[in-house]
Design a protein around this ligand. Structure first.
Ligand SMILES: [Zn+2]
Length: 187
């Protein structure tokens, strides 16, 4: 690739392949599967590229960063790349059709005091679940490993695994309620 060419694409690659420790294939947006060598060369040569790093075992995104240039709107784009569906447990609405929710609420009267507009504090929520979180006693708390704990208005706790880049239906194990001791089938 000519480094002078503006190319605002996404290279997806595992951390091991990025470091040259494994030969997992990469992915180039608009092109498809590419060799790990080509992925590493493109990352070195491109003027503007978004790097998405995935866990090769689960396909879950573990990091995303812009190289060199941060285009307008890229924060929303990164939120969508890291989490492909609504962040609520069991909701499969695609992130492109979701709102971007501040985990720690943004303070419109005093932005310096409220939650920040940073990748760490943003996540996609569909309009229904965004309203459920904003207007009811439901809470969703995200953890450093990108899993989350949801507490219902009645106090029931559910753990959501880190978002997978693959179709959630293809990713095992599925989420489990944490307080399911009494529900365990006898077989
Ligand atoms: Zn939802």
């Amino acid at each position: 690739m000519n480094p002078a060419l503006p190319w605002n694409g996404v290279i997806t690659i595992s951390l091991e392949a990025l470091a040259g420790l494994a030969d997992h294939p990469g992915d180039m947006s608009g092109f498809g599967c590419i060799s790990p060598d080509l992925a590493r060369q493109l990352l070195k040569a491109a003027n503007s590229v978004t790097l998405l790093v995935i866990d090769p075992d689960t396909g879950a995104p573990v990091g995303v960063s812009d190289r060199v240039y941060v285009p307008p709107g890229s924060l929303r784009r990164k939120v969508m790349l890291l989490t492909h569906t609504c962040s609520w447990v069991g909701c499969n609405r695609t992130a492109e059709r979701c709102d971007v929710d501040h985990g720690e609420p943004f303070d419109h009267n005093n932005p310096a005091a409220g939650g920040k507009t940073t990748l760490r504090n943003l996540r996609p929520l569909c309009r229904f679940h965004h309203r459920l979180k904003t207007f009811t006693a439901w809470t969703i708390t995200e953890h450093n490993d990108r899993s989350a704990t949801l507490v219902s208005a009645l106090g029931r706790t559910t753990r959501r695994p880190p978002p997978a880049i693959t179709d959630p239906g293809e990713w095992e194990p599925a989420w489990q309620p944490e307080d399911h001791d009494d529900d365990t089938p006898p077989f």
